[in-house]
Design a protein around this ligand. Structure first.
Ligand code: ATP
Ligand code: MG
Length: 285
């Protein structure tokens, strides 16, 4: 989790200016953190003492499942707002929609409890959501920079499987004598290879060994699937992250996105029991 930035959002506009516009000082009481245990409280308060004039530096919290990560992050976000951070300039990212909603709701509730007089009505956290939702939003704002039509359509998993299936039929793979992998398996292989940055051969050998004999055909299928998506101006869920990554390689766009935020709070989990990282699992950071 990090919350870092050096100076004001807009050139010539300092943090002090921004704080003044929003009204400072904020409540200095930390009563709203009293339900947290000492470690949680230290995490929630880290680097916030000099707010709103100086933003906290980066902070990484590693904690196990059910230890109160979401609770802590919600309190931290609320505490940042209570101490003068602009909620409209906080980026809150999580992997699941439910986690995003929970964290934002809790942060708003706590911030509302704290809010008295000058801190009330300071606005809501506008940039809170899953990586995919935030990627979608940023991509629509900067679509041209990555050669996208800003009106692109997002395919959910089921739509993506159907498009892949259509391409699979067009290439004649569904009529093979030996059974070609089903549409769901094809999409899982495609997604796995893309997210791991691995070749199709390596992916099927490692994770889908029963499909190893189809590696060449799968490569052809995935090429045709990418063409089909581009012709239709559609992105699947993996594309939202992939195009976002490419968007951030454009220096001017990356700078404009960076200036939009004073800091980001990210909550995600990874499975530490297996060698391969997963997005959900027993241990979170
Ligand atoms: N300091 C605390 N005192 C009492 N209860 C707490 C405290 N911190 C967290 N809890 C409770 O523990 C439960 C788990 O908390 P939370 O959902 O924040 O954990 P988490 O680490 O995000 O869990 P997960 O790994 O499932 O995402 C919740 O019911 C929460 O209210
Ligand atoms: Mg949680």
């Amino acid at each position: 989790m990090s919350y870092s930035r050096k100076a004001g959002a807009t050139p010539g506009r300092t943090l002090d200016d921004a704080a003044q516009e929003r009204g400072t000082p904020m409540t200095l009481s930390s009563e709203h953190l009293s339900t947290l245990n000492p470690s949680q409280r230290a995490a929630a308060e880290y680097g916030t003492a000099a707010l709103p004039h100086q933003l906290p530096g980066p902070l990484l919290i590693i904690a196990g499942a059910g230890t109160g990560k979401t609770t802590t992050l919600a309190h931290r976000v609320a505490h940042l707002v209570a101490r003068g951070a602009d909620p409209r300039r906080i980026l809150l990212l999580t992997f699941t929609r439910r986690a995003a909603e929970t964290m934002t709701r809790r942060a708003h509730q706590i911030a509302a409890q704290v809010a008295t007089g000058d801190v009330s009505g300071r606005g809501r956290i506008e940039w809170s959501g899953t990586f995919h939702a935030i990627g979608n939003r940023l991509l629509r704002m900067h679509a041209e920079a990555v050669g996208l039509d800003p009106g692109f359509t997002v395919l959910d998993r089921s739509d993506a499987e159907d498009l892949l299936n259509l391409v699979r039929h067009e290439l004649g793979f569904s009529k093979q004598a030996t059974r070609f992998p089903k549409k769901g398996t094809c999409l899982a292989i495609y997604s796995h290879a893309l997210n791991a940055g691995a070749a199709v051969e390596t992916t099927v050998e490692g994770a889908f060994p029963w499909c190893a004999s189809w590696a060449e055909e799968l490569k052809g299928l995935f090429r045709a699937y990418v063409d089909a998506k581009q012709r239709r101006h559609v992105l699947d869920y993996d594309d939202l992250l992939l195009y976002w990554f490419h968007l951030m390689q454009d220096g001017a766009v990356a700078e404009s996105v960076r200036r939009r935020f004073d800091g980001s709070t990210t909550s995600w989990s990874m499975n530490t029991r297996t060698r391969t990282h997963s997005r959900r699992g027993s241990c979170g950071a």
